[in-house]
Design a protein around this ligand. Structure first.
Ligand code: NAD
Ligand code: UGA
Length: 332
């Protein structure tokens, strides 16, 4: 394990890539890494820089960069062939994330953005013969697990509507790839709780660091002993880039780790890094939340040549520095 000063992940040689979800947390970092390698990036998202603060922050490093073409469009109804035409790879990261809100009235939007959008992307990609689609799946497909690390061959037990849609999404993409007439290879990456600069505001580490800086109360769902294989954004991007050029039989791969930690350990780290106390209030465990995620990394190593490099302390320190800088910019 090292700190975050490791060299920026090296993109394999990709001439032209489509990144869906480019105004999002992971998609914007991926697009930036591709641009640094000289790839032409067509970034597709239904949000744009005036949509909300997080889209603006995510897009800021991309807008105006040579090689970046922003397409503001909804994957559910836009014409996809002109967007995907001539791409070497489509990174399909657009979707509705978040485990806990998926029980409510938003379920239809989860189905649309995670399943129907993937169907449209795969349909267009296979018709055009795009060589590779890399799709963002989720550790949540495993559901409740024991202390054993989850293997890609484990039987999935998704425990939330969100997780069900992510399992459907990855399997749908793989079903397209399995057609005898299909020239498109699919890699489905099961990301494990990704964190780092510009992490979504609904996620725990971002909330813990904000609470430490502002003194607002952090709401913990459950007793804080649930554990996650937290995965730093640069590691996530490196695995995603590797999946673009990995062999066609890559299939499903866990992208997880760096550090397995409980929420209580995350709070302690936030306190150490800021030198401040985090006020905490405990609430009941939310439906669909699992007590533990832990990735078996063997397949990622053999198929992607990838393993996580950034430990939680270094990764959270980088996230904290970014949060301090962006808060100061907003206040100025
Ligand atoms: P995010 O919400 O920051 O980004 C997703 C982006 O997709 C958003 O900008 C949104 O506007 C866009 N989008 C959604 N539906 C769209 C549509 N119909 N048309 C066009 N754009 C659309 O989320 P994120 O954390 O960056 O997650 C990216 C992907 O990774 C998602 O598929 C998510 O399910 C998956 N994932 C994330 C994590 C994590 O820890 N962040 C873990 C596992 C899997
Ligand atoms: C995260 C992403 O949000 C999902 O989109 C993704 O699919 C999933 O990772 C994954 O790995 O597949 P989650 O692990 O729930 O989901 O990550 P957080 O939202 O950061 O939550 C982590 C834990 O903190 C959960 O137990 C949650 O209940 C808890 N939490 C979160 C709180 O106690 N309080 C909060 O304010 C937020």
């Amino acid at each position: 394990m090292t700190g975050t000063t490791q060299p920026v992940p090296q993109a394999p040689h990709i001439r032209r890539a489509v990144v869906t979800g480019s105004a999002g947390f992971i998609g914007s970092h991926l697009a930036h890494a591709l641009l640094r390698e000289g790839t032409t990036v067509i970034g597709v998202d239904r949000r744009h820089e005036t949509s909300d603060q997080s889209a603006a922050a995510n897009l800021a490093p991309l807008i105006g960069q040579p090689g970046f073409i922003a397409v503001t469009a909804d994957l559910l109804n836009c014409a996809l062939e002109p967007v995907l035409l001539d791409a070497d790879v489509v990174f399909h990261l657009a979707g509705m994330p978040g485990v806990r809100p998926s029980w409510g009235t938003q379920f239809g939007a989860y189905v649309q953005c995670n399943i129907l959008a993937a169907q449209r992307v795969m349909d267009a990609a296979t018709r055009l013969g795009v060589p590779r689609v890399v799709v963002a799946s989720s550790s949540s497909v495993y559901g409740p697990t024991t202390s054993q690390a989850s293997l890609e061959t484990d039987h999935p037990h998704p425990a939330s509507p969100y997780a069900v849609t992510k399992l459907a999404e990855e399997q749908l993409c793989l079903a397209h790839a399995g057609r005898p007439d299909c020239r498109t290879g699919v890699a489905a990456l099961r990301y494990f709780t990704v964190y780092g600069p510009r992490q979504r505001a609904d996620m725990f580490i971002q909330r813990a660091l904000s609470a430490a800086l502002t003194g607002t109360t952090l709401r913990v769902y459950g007793d804080g002993r649930q554990r996650r294989d937290f995965t730093y954004i640069d590691d996530t991007v490196a695995a995603t880039l590797a999946a673009a050029t990995a062999s066609n039989d890559t299939g499903v791969v866990n992208v997880g780790g760096g550090t397995n930690a409980s929420l209580t350990e995350v709070i302690q780290l936030a306190e150490q890094l800021t030198g401040r106390t985090v006020p905490v209030e405990y609430f009941t465990t939310r439906n669909g939340d699992v007590p533990l995620t832990r990735a078996d990394g063997s397949r990622a190593l053999t198929h992607l040549g990838w393993k996580p490099k950034v430990d939680l302390t270094s990764g959270m320190a980088a996230q904290l520095q970014h949060l301090i800088r962006s808060t100061a910019r907003q206040a100025a």
